[in-house]
Design a protein around this ligand. Structure first.
Ligand code: SAM
Length: 227
């Protein structure tokens, strides 16, 4: 199947989903996950110098708002008009001011941002949707400044969780049962892996509350300054 077709099938998943998205099983960010971002993930990511963050696949803006709440400037990118409209609805100007902006676009397209635009790229529960992860990771490498950091969280999703078999057999990261693949592809794209680990507290909570059986993990990678 052609890549444009694949992306339009992915976009259809999120069409008409936006309003109820955050209350669906496994999608919302629990208090435990918020704390994990604050106390574990951001310190793993050596966030000291970080100001400008790109949230790829921002969806309804859950992570975008959380990071803005922690004081960062965040750009949320998403190809779904529907999800972004909901993200804008969810983001009160009084609360977040100028610290959040949203951009409609597909992260496979290299010309959305200029080189060296961001200190950090984050992406939560999105990499499983990419039809060409190497193109995406190459774009992120370009969009990041030297010493910039990538933070990916995703799940070890099961095949049965997808409603479209063709999609599963076309998207390379759709239902991995290993944390190795994302790290491997990031390394092949020029990044140095800092951390690749399961999010234990988040997983315990998801399993105890029956919200999801797919284990969540985080990969943190650095774009080292060359020379
Ligand atoms: C499961 S949702 C995650 C949303 C958000 N990151 C969160 O944690 O709630 C996946 C999101 O990835 C977006 N997405 C899918 N393909 C994408 C692409 N090629 N570029 C950027 N975002 C994409 C979808 O439109 C959707 O909003």
């Amino acid at each position: 199947m052609k890549n444009d077709n694949l992306q339009s099938i992915v976009n259809k998943i999120y069409f008409n989903e936006a309003e109820q998205y955050e209350s669906q099983h496994g999608h919302g960010i629990s208090d435990i996950e918020s704390l994990t971002w604050q106390s574990d993930i951001l310190s793993l990511a050596q966030f000291n110098g970080v100001q400008e963050i790109l949230d790829v696949g921002a969806g309804t803006g859950l992570l975008t708002r959380l990071l803005a709440h922690f004081g960062y400037s965040v750009t949320g990118l998403d190809p779904s008009d529907d999800m972004l409209k909901q993200a804008i609805k969810n983001t009160s100007i009084e609360k977040y001011g100028e610290s959040i902006k949203f951009v409609l676009g597909d992260t496979h397209q290299s010309d959305i941002f200029q080189a060296s635009s961001f200190d950090c790229v984050v992406s939560r529960q999105v990499v499983c949707h990419f039809y060409d992860p190497m193109v995406v990771f190459g774009n992120w490498y370009t969009w990041l400044k030297d010493n910039g950091v990538v933070v990916i969280t995703d799940g070890l999703w099961f095949r049965e969780g997808w409603s479209n078999d063709e999609l599963v057999d076309s998207l390379p990261l759709s239902c991995l049962q290993t944390r190795a693949t994302v790290s491997y592809l990031l390394e092949k794209s020029g990044f140095r892996i800092i951390k690749n680990t399961l999010l234990n507290k988040v997983n315990e909570h998801l399993i105890a509350t029956g919200k999801s059986k797919s284990l969540r993990y985080v990969v943190v990678a650095l774009k080292d300054k060359v020379g």
